[in-house]
Design a protein around this ligand. Structure first.
Ligand SMILES: Nc1ncnc2c1ncn2[C@@H]1O[C@H](COP(=O)(O)OS(=O)(=O)O)[C@@H](OP(=O)(O)O)[C@H]1O
Ligand SMILES: Nc1ncnc2c1ncn2[C@@H]1O[C@H](COP(=O)(O)OP(=O)(O)O)[C@@H](O)[C@H]1O
Length: 199
């Protein structure tokens, strides 16, 4: 599948470092991972809103939206999920290179896929945010009624029901979204970025 033998890498003249100096802040990826309904999109968007309010270049890459466009050819088999995450990782890397604080909201259920994305980045740029919420609470929320469908057997390979979710072992940030408000979650994440001098 890899075919880079006749392709030459062009080094850009304006660098990531130039862009960070111009912007007056760092760039990184906040990689949200967690079950469907755990709160990835809600918290990622709330973080992005706050960054925007503070004049920081931000962007949200969201699972449902990307699957309507760039990754419309992919389904939910293990193999397709791996390819989904690989592509998003590469896109996130472009955003970080552009000087943006990018938030991504994908289930990204497999540890090895998340670790491969982590390896694309320089030290400190990849921030794994585990949105830790018990399956029972996600199922109670069921904002898109997908758990109900999965329980009725209408969705095959639904994460947490009949497809695995591998919890992160050493995430930079863990958000207990069954215990915290969205506002508190945003504060926890912004505090991390400030402590790391990212913003
Ligand atoms: N089988 C199955 N399993 C899990 N999720 C499903 C499935 N079918 C559709 N959906 C909807 O697609 C969203 C998950 O897409 P992702 O790209 O984040 O998934 S993955 O990272 O490739 O596993 C997920 O969005 P979130 O609820 O925001 O997580 C669901 O709305
Ligand atoms: N503390 C919380 N953090 C995030 N979402 C919460 C929280 N409490 C309740 N919710 C609700 O849970 C649902 C989470 O849905 P969503 O953000 O789409 O999750 P995901 O992107 O992980 O599928 C939303 O309806 C949201 O309003």
């Amino acid at each position: 599948m890899t075919n880079t033998s006749n392709i030459t890498w062009h080094t850009a003249t304006v660098t990531k470092s130039n862009r960070r100096i111009k912007n007056g802040h760092g760039s990184s990826v906040l990689w949200f991972t967690g079950l469907s309904g755990s709160g990835k999109s809600t918290i990622a968007n709330a973080v992005s809103n706050e960054l925007h309010r503070q004049g920081i270049n931000e962007y949200v890459l969201d699972g449902d939206n990307i699957r309507h466009g760039l990754n419309r050819d992919l389904g939910f088999s293990d193999q397709d999920r791996t390819e989904n995450i690989r592509r998003i990782g590469e896109v996130a890397k472009l955003f970080v290179d552009s000087g943006t604080v990018v938030t991504t909201a994908f289930i990204s259920p497999f540890r090895s896929d998340r670790d491969q994305v982590r390896d694309l980045f320089e030290g400190g740029e990849f921030i794994e945010v585990f949105v830790d919420c018990p399956l029972e609470e996600c199922e109670r929320r069921d904002p898109k009624q997908l758990y109900a469908k999965a329980r009725r057997g209408e969705i095959k390979e639904f994460t947490g029901i009949n497809s695995p979710y591998e919890t992160p072992e050493r995430p930079e940030i863990t958000i207990h979204s069954d215990l915290l408000t969205v506002k508190d979650a945003v504060e926890q994440i912004l505090k991390y970025l400030q402590e790391k001098n990212m913003i």
